[in-house]
Design a protein around this ligand. Structure first.
Ligand code: GLY
Ligand code: MN
Ligand code: MN
Length: 438
């Protein structure tokens, strides 16, 4: 599967309409040094990629709204061809090929930005760019605007309004088109396979890092370019550390293993968590807690449909988890009152999900005019309730160090929902069967 350039160009046209007038300037992410001469693997900026599909660093998108009968213009600045650098660092498209292949009206060398941008901003009413996101770019854009201001006596006007480019693009990115859903489904399928591989490989006395290795292998083998985020492979008590990523402890017989890991496919993230017993059999207390989280997740997934609010899945999960905490005798009282007083918080301290897309915590507002957003077809979100029992005065010994989260990726559809990550085993029966087979 490859990006469809026509779709990226259509997104730019849509953005130009939403923008109305002026010039949009959007740079991709810079390369990042890990240490001395070693770089982190390069990852483009998600907003930039959404609009261009252009994967190289040192690139800037400039969109100019049409006016006075002139057509809108889509312009790319990118690195020039450089036979010497290409020996060391690999292929670069160069402006000419980039213009043709990525559907631009014009493309120029990145090195010409400071020369050309002031010209492009002359007599434009507005500049739209992600101000505040990067101090160096802020300074550069202000420099271009000041250059134009310097021509006032020659009758040239400078943009008088600066608008946030991200807000406009965030709103577009919130609604996934069919092309994006295909990429997200592929990321989900590969990630579900990776969870199955990890579950099959798992045995007592293995290291968390060995399970991590299974996951990473499955991501790359399946065609993901990278993990979507650093995998969490958390045995036993480590599952109660929400952002545990050291993955350097040995897995004990009798403990649970929580894995929160997924791959990224052409920029699109999956985000899956599964929790299963290291030895293949849930203990009584582990199963009791697991069934509560699973029921909370089912209720939350059921609450995903057009017309409900962003918060409805969270409320459904809270209800089921709080009832479960009463059943476990950790809480006492009426469920409504316990939810109202947030009595569940010591054991459920995070929210039930987030938007998902090019970023694992994807773009998009969660509220509009102070109210939770209404779910609409095309929105994609995670559903990820959990319970975490760190040792403490209120936690009985048989629950100590049990940490369970179950996370799936859900697309809102006209009929209700589609769970993208079904393929990773989730019921106690399916997990135990899959582990017994190995
Ligand atoms: N894996 C990141 C999250 O679940 O939010
Ligand atoms: Mn998540
Ligand atoms: Mn996750």
């Amino acid at each position: 599967m490859q990006p469809d350039i026509g779709i990226h160009r259509a997104r730019r046209a849509h953005l130009l309409k939403a923008m109305g007038e002026g010039v949009l300037i959007l740079a991709t992410a810079p390369e990042a040094i890990r240490n001395r001469d070693a770089h982190y693997p390069y990852r483009f900026d998600s907003h930039f990629y959404y609009l261009t599909a252009f994967p190289e660093p040192e690139a800037v998108l400039v969109l100019i709204a049409g006016r006075n009968g002139k057509r809108p213009r889509h312009i790319l600045f990118c690195r020039e061809k450089n036979p010497e650098r290409e020996i060391w660092d690999g292929f670069r498209h160069g402006p000419q090929a980039a213009r043709e292949l990525f559907g631009f009206d014009a493309a120029y060398p990145f090195a010409e930005l400071d020369k050309r941008l002031p010209q492009l901003l002359e007599n434009q009413p507005r500049v739209c760019y992600p101000f505040g996101a990067d101090a160096a770019w802020d300074g550069r854009v202000m420099g271009w605007i000041n250059t134009v201001r310097g021509k006032a006596r020659a009758g040239v006007s400078a943009p008088a309004v600066i608008a946030d480019a991200h807000a406009l693009i965030d709103e577009m990115r919130l609604f996934k088109d069919a092309h994006e859903v295909e990429f997200m489904q592929r990321a989900a399928d590969i990630s579900a396979d990776a969870h199955l591989a990890a579950l099959r490989a798992c045995k007592p006395a293995m290291g968390e890092w060995e399970i991590e290795a299974e996951l990473l292998r499955a991501f790359r083998r399946g065609g993901c370019q990278a993990p979507a985020y650093t995998p969490i492979v958390a045995g036993g008590a480590n599952a109660c550390v929400l952002h545990y990523i050291s993955n350097d402890q040995v897995l004990n017989d009798g403990d649970l293993l929580l894995i929160d890991a997924a791959g990224e496919y052409h920029g699109y993230a999956a985000d899956i968590t599964r929790t299963f017993p290291v030895n293949g059999r849930f203990s009584g207390p582990q199963k009791d807690v697991y069934e509560i989280v699973l029921a909370a997740q089912a209720a939350a997934i059921e609450a995903v449909r057009p017309g409900t609010t962003w918060n409805a899945p969270h409320e459904a999960a809270l209800r089921a988890l709080t009832r479960g905490l009463v059943d476990l005798k950790l809480l006492d009282g009426e469920v409504d009152g316990l939810i109202e007083s947030e009595a569940y918080k010591p054991w459920y301290m995070h929210r039930t999900g987030h938007w998902l897309g090019l970023d694992v915590h994807d773009a998009g507002e969660y509220k509009q005019d102070g109210d939770w957003r209404v779910l609409e077809p095309g929105m994609a979100l995670t559903v990820e309730p959990g319970l975490y029992f760190r040792p403490g005065k209120d936690v009985p010994g048989h629950l100590e160090n049990i940490g369970i989260r179950i996370e799936d990726d859900v697309l809102v559809t006209p009929e209700g929902r589609r769970v993208l990550t079904q393929a990773a085993p989730k019921s106690v029966k399916d997990i135990e069967e899959a582990m017994r087979e190995h």
